[in-house]
Each structure stands twice: as C-alpha cells, then as structure tokens.
Design a binder for this molecule. Structure first.
Ligand SMILES: [Cu+2]
Length: 161
C-alpha cells in the first residue's frame, strides 16, 4: 500500500512539469488549477498562467465550463483594506511578450452555479476564448494549493478568490 502511494506521488510530481501546459497559436497556458470546494458550495475559482509569445496583443475574452452554470473573468483587489472581486470588463489583455498570472488574490476565472463539487485530485474542463487566438479546451487540476502559485494565497477569506 505504501509503495502504491509513493508511485502515485511520483506520477503527480512528474505530471506537473509537463501535463497541464497548453499552447494555442502564440499563447501559452500553464497549469490550470482550482481549489477544491466544500459540499453545497456554489462558486469556485480557476487559476492559470498566460503568456503571449507572439508579436501582437491578444485578450482572454471569456471562459466556460460544463461544471458551472456561468463563468466570469474576475479580479480581486484590495479596496481600502477590504478584498473585493469584480468582473473584468473587456477581458484580460495580453501584450506581446507579457505573462499574466491568474492567481489567488488577483485575476481568476469565477465558476458560478457549480453543478458539482470540485473534488481534490479530479479534473474539470474549461474552455478559454481569446480575441485573436480563438478557443482552447484545457483540463483544470483540482488541488489544495498550486506549487507555483501558492504565494499570496494565505490569509484569504475562503469565499474570496
Ligand atoms: Cu471571483
């Protein structure tokens, strides 16, 4: 049994570096992930890293997922010491050469009216649509904490993304 667990951990660690990274034209999408949700929770948030390797600006216009009734691009910001999140009008702009992190406390993809619990270790589908590059389907890892993007995630209100 112990040996079995060790193998699983090894597979996960190896997978993190390769699987879960996507390319769409000149846009790189790295490590989509979401926090697990509690039973009955109706909202969740997905995070990922976007890089524009091209010479033209592009914009993440929208996202959708079959597990959510509605999906919005949100930004969390500190408004006089109070963390608030709001929908980003016009999407997330990606300048040529720019890397933009969707991470706790900043930009995120808000999953609203969840049809299922986000269970740790599972994957959920997400479709990202860019103004120029078009659309891509990615798999979002449901995990407690991202290895690369956990920074800044502490002290957050559990309901806040
Ligand atoms: Cu949000």
């Amino acid at each position: 049994m112990i040996k079995h667990i060790a193998v699983l951990v090894t597979l996960c660690a190896a997978g993190a570096a390769y699987a879960g990274d996507y390319k769409l034209g000149t846009i790189a999408i790295d490590h989509p992930w979401a926090r697990p949700t509690a039973e009955g929770t109706k909202t969740g948030a997905a995070y990922l890293l976007l890089s524009n390797k091209g010479n033209a600006q592009d914009t993440l216009m929208s996202a959708s997922s079959s597990v959510a009734g509605k999906t919005q691009i949100h930004q969390t910001s500190d408004e006089g010491g109070v963390m608030k999140m709001h929908e980003v009008a016009g999407g997330i702009e990606l300048a040529p050469g720019a890397t933009v992190a969707l991470k706790p406390g900043g930009y995120h993809i808000m999953l609203i009216d969840l049809k299922q619990k986000l269970e740790e270790g599972r994957h959920i589908p997400l479709t990202l649509t860019f103004a120029k590059a078009g659309s891509i389907d990615v798999e979002v890892d449901v995990e407690k904490k991202s290895r690369e993007q956990s920074h800044g995630a502490t002290g957050m209100d559990p309901g806040m993304h």
